[in-house]
Design a protein around this ligand. Structure first.
Ligand code: MD3
Ligand code: FE
Length: 233
């Protein structure tokens, strides 16, 4: 499949390309749903129209709280660069994983969560029946080609009945969606710019990860960004 920069970054497209684009079935991508579990699904192209706004907000946030490579409790530097916005943010260091109201780099509270983030996260959660999802934390992951996220579970949140909403922007990725045991063989879920995933219900504590991001070798942009909305407290 061809994923060119204009496919990646333009929800709409230049007028001049309209005729040509009509020749390609399925372009631009239409919203659709792929069920992953009882209350978990990929909402394809759910954030396409908001994507440019979301990316601009990410640069605002990272101006206040820069992307950094956290260290795992075991002492390894994570290849994913991270920052947060919201009333608390996920952090890791040699003493463990936790949510903290302050950015350890600056000692200041994390930047506020933009309204566009809250609204998108709530709308996506509502699609799966999670009415009134009010995330207090948004972890922002930045992947460059070669970066991966090894298999893990998200279990540091205080409210495990709330879903996690994940928004993919920029370069595509292959998400690994496993089961309740680390040894369960994961299913590969390709995620593209504008896709939103809602994870709740019985699969909330499943293992998951991200395969190394492929180098696009062209002008597709340098990064994949993933916004992960959580109810941490
Ligand atoms: C699946 N990030 O930051 S999916 C993370 O693409 C993380 O950057 C993924 O996993 C990424 O922890 C986004 C988020 C996710 C969260 C909870 C899950 C996926 C899940 C629980 C069960 C299954
Ligand atoms: Fe995770």
């Amino acid at each position: 499949m061809v994923t060119t920069w204009w496919r990646c970054f333009n929800g709409g497209m230049p007028e001049a390309l309209n005729l040509t684009a009509d020749l390609f079935a399925g372009f631009p991508r239409q919203p659709s749903r792929e069920t992953l579990g009882a209350r978990a699904a990929v909402l394809r192209a759910f954030a396409t129209h908001q994507a440019a706004t979301l990316i601009a907000e990410v640069s605002q946030v990272s101006g206040q709280a820069p992307f950094r490579h956290l260290v795992t409790p075991g002492g390894y530097r994570m290849s994913v660069a991270m920052t947060n916005c919201g009333s608390c943010g996920w952090v890791s260091d040699t003493s463990g994983y936790r949510y903290d109201e302050r950015d350890p780099l600056s000692g200041r509270p994390w930047p506020r969560m933009p309204d566009s983030f809250r609204e998108l996260a709530a709308a996506a959660a509502a699609e799966l029946g999670f009415v009134g999802f009010a995330p207090d934390a948004c972890l922002i992951n930045r992947y460059e080609p070669g970066t991966r996220l090894s298999l893990h579970r998200d279990s540091d949140e205080g409210d495990l009945s709330a879903p996690i909403v994940s928004v993919s922007l920029g370069l595509p990725a292959v998400f690994l969606w496993g089961g309740p045991k680390r040894s369960d063989r994961p299913v590969r879920v390709p995620l593209e710019h504008g896709d939103v995933v809602v994870w709740g219900g019985p699969t909330r504590l499943h293992y998951h990860g991200v395969l190394p991001i492929k180098d696009p070798g062209d002008l597709s942009g340098r990064w994949r960004l993933n916004l992960t909305f959580r109810k941490a407290r």
